[in-house]
Design a protein around this ligand. Structure first.
Ligand SMILES: Nc1ncnc2c1ncn2[C@@H]1O[C@H](COP(=O)(O)OP(=O)(O)OP(=O)(O)O)[C@@H](O)[C@H]1O
Ligand SMILES: [Mg+2]
Length: 367
């Protein structure tokens, strides 16, 4: 059975929502509606429609801002957005197209035109979907090949050591074999755990999270790993940082991964500075950053550090998944992760997330 194409209508005007839904349902599309931008974003991220009809003028967050957020998120990047706009507002159309919208329809809309435009964009979207599917298949193949390679090495050691133990039992001296087999088994465990984190989607319901509290808790946990070393931590957390929406534990894990990297790169001693705040110039975003005084990352390597299994560490506990897991979690939160680094001076990893108010979940427009 061919499933119906899914269309999301985002408009604060109940009459328009209803008339668009009716017209689209008549064409046998599966239609859902949202009355404002944040509701529209939530539905888009969870339901993954094939096409979105988006009013430009919405209460709270404007349609252009919604469109930008949709295009920044991997899950919704390829969904075509058709703006709903009035004939007398050409500037809105220009801003919307610049934000990534594919096309627009004008109010009051003609059913024939709506039908034609929706069908055209659904066709394009289907082709893009197929291409993205092929690309995903290729990266999944790469990931699986990397995993097989990484699991195979420690497994060979475990098997070899166990075989040797069999012949050594008579001598009663199996300690070295046990240690090696144990280390390799732990390496497999670390790999499998990291793979689980990488593959696991966000299963828990999203909640309002205090980024400062998440970061402070991540520092307490991660610092257990560098206890006894001369690493100074400076906390420069911003005041009144708006809350973010998401999975607190996963966000904590992101900061633990980044803090752990920072501590590992500073072999002798060093300073880790943890900052948070509202992003300059755009109050709809908050950031949390971790800076270190380690050896930095070369320009060439900055492109590779987020690849799964890419590592410069030779110990068995570092499969090279920390940053790819972090990036995946942040993208699940509709955010992004940036790195700034200078060789010999240190690095800063910055997590940028959409800001939400304490109460309802609407994006704030903090000045
Ligand atoms: N703060 C940093 N300074 C310098 N290099 C870094 C920093 N963070 C990450 N890197 C580089 O990026 C690589 C990948 O990091 P990532 O966290 O993904 O994997 P890993 O730390 O090697 O292993 P894992 O996190 O799985 O234990 C590291 O091996 C290191 O070379
Ligand atoms: Mg790491």
């Amino acid at each position: 059975m061919i499933s119906k194409a899914k269309i999301l209508v985002v408009d604060d005007d109940a009459v328009i929502r209803q008339s668009l839904s009716k017209a689209l349902q008549k064409q046998d599309y599966d239609v859902r509606t949202a009355a404002d931008g944040s509701q529209g974003l939530e539905t888009a991220w969870e339901w993954r429609p094939d096409l979105i009809l988006l009013d430009v003028i919405l209460p709270g967050m404007l349609g252009t801002e919604v469109c930008k957020l949709l295009k920044e998120n991997l899950k919704t990047r390829y969904i075509p957005v058709l703006l709903i706009t009035s004939l007398d507002r050409p500037a809105d159309v220009a801003a919307g197209l610049e934000a990534g919208a594919s096309d627009y329809i004008t109010k009051p809309f003609s059913e024939v035109e709506l039908k034609a435009r929706v069908a055209t964009h659904l066709r394009t979207s289907r082709i893009i979907g197929e291409l993205v599917g092929i690309e995903k298949h290729i990266s999944l193949g790469r990931l699986t090949a990397g995993l097989c390679h990484e699991v195979n090495n420690p497994l060979t050691v475990v098997l070899g050591q166990l075989e040797m133990m069999q012949t050594m039992v008579a001598e009663q001296r199996p300690q070295k074999c046990v240690r090696l087999a144990f280390e390799s088994a732990r390496r497999i465990q670390a790999l499998v755990r990291a793979m689980r984190d990488y593959a696991e989607p966000l299963l828990r319901p999203r909640e309002d999270c205090d980024l400062n509290a998440v970061m402070a808790s991540a520092v307490s946990l991660a610092s257990l790993g560098w206890a006894g070393r001369a690493i100074e931590v400076r906390m420069e957390l911003g005041n009144a940082v708006p809350q973010v929406r998401g999975d607190q534990e996963k966000l904590k894990q992101v900061f633990i991964n980044i803090l752990t990297n920072a501590s590992q790169i500073m072999t002798e001693s060093g300073t880790i500075t943890v900052r948070s705040g509202v992003l300059d110039g755009d109050g709809a975003w908050v950031f949390g950053s971790v800076s270190d005084t380690g050896k930095g990352i070369s320009k060439a390597n900055q492109d590779r550090i987020f690849d799964p299994f890419w590592t410069t560490k030779e110990n068995w506990q570092s499969p090279g998944l920390g940053l790819s897991v972090a990036r995946r979690i942040i993208e699940e939160h509709q955010g992004r992760i940036e790195v700034e680094s200078e060789e010999g001076r240190g690095s800063t990893f910055r997590i940028i997330l959409p800001a939400f108010t304490l109460s309802g979940g609407d994006v704030t427009a903090t000045p």
